[in-house]
Design a protein around this ligand. Sequence first.
Ligand SMILES: Nc1ncnc2c1ncn2[C@@H]1O[C@H](COP(=O)(O)OP(=O)(O)OP(=O)(O)O)[C@@H](O)[C@H]1O
Length: 240
Amino acid sequence: MALLQLRGLNKHFGGLHVTNQVNLSFETGEIHCLIGPNGAGKSTLFRLILGEYAPGSGEIFFAGENITALKSFARIARGLSVKFQVPGVFKGLSVRQNLEIALQRTRHGAELDQEIDRLLAFLGLEAEQKQTAGNLSHGQKQWLEIGMATSLKPRMLLLDEPTAGMSPEETFQTGEMVKRLNAGGMTVLAIEHDMAFVRQVAQRVTVLHLGQVFAQGSIDDIVADERVAAIYLGQAHHHA
Ligand SMILES: Nc1ncnc2c1ncn2[C@@H]1O[C@H](COP(=O)(O)OP(=O)(O)OP(=O)(O)O)[C@@H](O)[C@H]1O
């Protein structure tokens, strides 16, 4: 069953057709990666899904409900969550306090502490819990933000280039984290340029080009597709 469906989505910025008649269906329980050259319209698609942009035309369905007219907070309340590229952690607060902020509206007292402990263990940040978030490594900040984005157990997690700036080892650990979230029932849609990560996690891959769905398939289908290589994989191919 499709958890998220985009039907005939269009978005213009002035004369620029950034999202061009996009029809996409994301299945409940899958890990789906969205790839494509810079400027293909990947981030714009995320902002449309989250309700930060209104489409010029088209519809968005989540869990069978038409959410096109809903505000972002109402979409989040229905189980959508997003981690954008720029870390959104509170730099002056500790790792533990950051997680507390993410959870404090829904958990209290001992339950709140337990849930924070569970997240710290999941993120591999137990030893850093008292550290100021601003002092974490780049990778650890990204993980903390994944923890904050998933603390309320969303049905679907959107990740915008989660491994940007990470070492290969950090990238691998991020992939394992995403797979564990998925094994727990979370549907994941990730924008990624790192083909090793895509190969590690993706069950299906969509290639976006000039605002349109250009190709879709398994990672092997995509890597073998000469049309995709011509527009994109030239730069990324050697990682796959
Ligand atoms: N708010 C905006 N106003 C005007 N143009 C925009 C706006 N947001 C995006 N664009 C343009 O839309 C196109 C698609 O941008 P978008 O950021 O969605 O691409 P992307 O695939 O995410 O690229 P990248 O991989 O570089 O992040 C680009 O040409 C960009 O300049």
